[in-house]
Design a protein around this ligand. Structure first.
Ligand code: ATP
Ligand code: MG
Length: 580
């Protein structure tokens, strides 16, 4: 008995609306292509409907994540999206979380939020369910919709307000047990991204407010990624640039050889312009950035070598500097300091100077003179300006020494798709989540948490896998594996019956097949096929059928057609579809 025909695998029955024009407000390729290929539709800022093709892809990601979580020994549950404020008061996050937390009241004026994450709810579950150390360790996970009122929702589902996350939370009697589960999660994540067919890296992450806690991020590599990561080619060192220490300068600064002098720089604004004009290299100059200090209304100056880039996360961790880093308003700077931001420099500047270590070893350097159109040359620390503090506030750059001493680092851009984190007792302590330990005493449990952005992965996969024509799905994520394209089926019976037979055969063999039975002109049909990105394409045309052949192309290699035998198409396709 043959498998039942699923009419929804025929494009005549599956409404697919693609767009030829690039939507104007979509900045990145994945957002443009998801709209153009009809995968998603926007409802409001940061809110998207998943259309049939898009949903199929998201479900594939979900399935792989679920399978690997189950394989790791984690257990699935499902928590409500809406959470009572009381729990957030207990953890202290009702006050801390800020406007990203969507808060509202019910008809009884009781306060709630739409969950951006579920530490409070799961810790509440754990303190009720877990009584004895014998029940540990346990790792609960769910795949569920989150809401974060992101300040700048953008890039479509990549940074949405409503999105689907897999979040897991593990509970342990001690940190050795947490280490074990943490490692299991790391391996599970590697299996997930391997199976999805994505190029990724896991990196040491900024441990944020909880100093020292172990944390790794998983990044899908893509030029458009919001994050920068650095990694060594000689060792397994890899880190988010937010937490990679810059190498200490090799030599201390030398004695001044030049006098402080003014130089007119009437039209030179940027470091490059000034350097070229004065004939000094950018690394012989410093730049000055003004940010808010820790005290309300206070300002401080950050000083970096001219060719270096500020690392906002490192800077915000320094005492005396407001966290998160907040640049001073330009108008305020002009009013308080009497010149535009671009004319500032440390010599004669009446603000605390936080000087990057590489800038602090310069001598005879160039900087703004705190007057419009003037720079200083021959500036020297000690004589002309004094650092409040010398610190590491810059990015580690491509080609510099790896912090583990293994050689130079490479830098790459990435999209954060997963995050694993050793929480310790932050929530269990605050919410009194204890179990009886082997000595019969109440003991606060230790926790880990592990997130994966299911819907962000769909966008990240497209960022990594596309060309001018459209999406190129990795096999594991493709909405369908095979696209059958009959040419002229309305005029040619052999084409139509062959296509129908192949379609049936594929279905019976469990190959996910889509049939384009809309009798479109070939040019239109292929342009849409290129856009939608189904990896394996079979064209059934009268011309090749005469010779008992079909034409096969892989979406990644549209220029290379292969002959496929009509009577052994299944074997031919099965050999080409990556096993999953
Ligand atoms: P980001 O730094 O990108 O805002 P995050 O550190 O806030 O991420 P987590 O709280 O660790 O993210 O959430 C776990 C995962 O959820 C992230 O790794 C990411 O894949 C996904 N995610 C987070 N925020 C969003 C969002 N606004 N839209 C889509 N996915 C998201
Ligand atoms: Mg975030």
């Amino acid at each position: 008995m043959g498998a039942p025909d699923h009419p929804t695998m025929r494009l005549s029955r599956l409404p697919l609306t693609t767009l030829k024009e690039t939507p104007a407000d979509a900045e990145v390729m994945s957002h443009q292509l998801m709209l153009r290929a009809g995968l998603i539709r926007m409802l409001a800022a940061g809110l998207y409907s998943w259309m049939p093709f898009g949903l199929k892809v998201a479900r594939k990601v979900e399935t792989i994540v679920r399978e690997e979580m189950d394989r790791s020994g984690a257990v699935e549950l499902l928590m409500p999206a809406v959470q009572p404020a009381e729990l957030w008061h207990e953890s202290g996050r009702w006050e801390q979380y800020g406007p990203e937390l969507l808060r509202f009241a019910d008809r009884h004026e009781r306060e709630f939020c739409f969950g951006p994450t579920h530490e409070e709810v799961i810790t509440d579950i754990a303190r009720r369910e877990l009584k004895s150390y014998r029940q540990l360790p346990v790792n609960y996970y769910q795949i569920q919709t989150k809401f974060r009122d992101e300040i700048r929702p953008r890039f479509g589902v990549m940074r949405a307000r409503e999105f689907v996350m897999k979040d897991a939370y593990s509970f342990h009697l001690d940190s050795a047990s947490l280490d074990e589960t943490y490692e299991e999660m790391r391996l599970a994540y590697c299996r997930i991204f391997d199976r999805l067919g994505l190029e990724y890296r896991y990196v040491r992450a900024d441990s944020g407010a909880i100093g020292g806690a172990l944390s790794h991020e998983f990044h899908v590599l893509a030029d458009s990624g919001e994050d920068e990561i650095v990694y060594s080619e000689q060792s397994d060192y890899a880190a988010n640039v937010e937490q990679a220490p810059a190498p200490a300068p090799e030599s201390p600064h030398t004695e001044p050889t030049q006098e402080l002098q003014e130089a007119d720089t009437p039209d030179q604004r940027t470091i490059e312009e000034v350097s070229e004009f004065l004939g000094t290299p950018p690394e012989q100059s410093v730049k000055t950035l003004i940010v808010q200090g820790e005290e309300d209304g206070s300002l401080v100056a950050l000083i970096l070598r001219g060719d270096h880039r500020l690392n906002a996360v490192k800077a915000a961790k320094i005492e005396g500097i407001r966290s998160p880093l907040c640049f001073a308003d330009e108008a305020e700077v002009r009013k308080k300091l009497g010149c535009p931001v671009g004319s500032l420099g440390p010599a004669g500047l009446d603000l605390p100077l936080y000087v990057d270590a590489s800038a602090a070893v310069l001598s005879d350097f160039v900087c703004g003179a705190n007057r419009e159109g003037v720079h200083y040359t021959g500036v020297n620390w000690g004589r002309d300006a004094n650092p409040e503090q010398v610190c590491d506030i810059r990015n580690l750059e491509d080609g510099e020494s790896s912090p583990d001493g293994s050689g130079p680092v490479r830098s790459a851009r990435g999209i954060e798709v997963g995050h694993i984190f050793q929480l310790g007792d932050k929530y269990s302590q605050a919410m009194n989540c204890t179990v009886l330990n082997p000595d019969g005493k109440e003991q606060v449990v230790t926790m880990g948490c592990y997130g994966i952005g299911i819907t962000r992965i769909v966008a990240a996969a497209i960022e990594q896998n596309h060309d001018e024509q459209g999406i190129i799905w990795p096999d594991a994520m493709a909405p369908f594996s095979v696209l059958l394209c009959p040419i002229g089926a309305d005029r040619d019976d052999t084409v139509r019956t062959t296509a129908e037979t192949l379609y049936q055969q594929c279905q019976e063999a469990g190959i996910e097949v889509l049939m384009d039975d809309r009798d479109l002109r070939p040019g239109v049909m292929f342009a849409e096929a290129d856009l939608v990105g189904i990896p394996h394409r079979v064209v059934i045309s009268p011309r090749t059928l005469e010779q008992g052949r079909l034409e096969y192309r892989h979406r990644r290699n549209l220029d290379e057609a292969e002959d496929a035998p009509v009577d052994e198409l299944l074997e031919f396709l099965q050999a080409r579809i990556a096993p999953n």
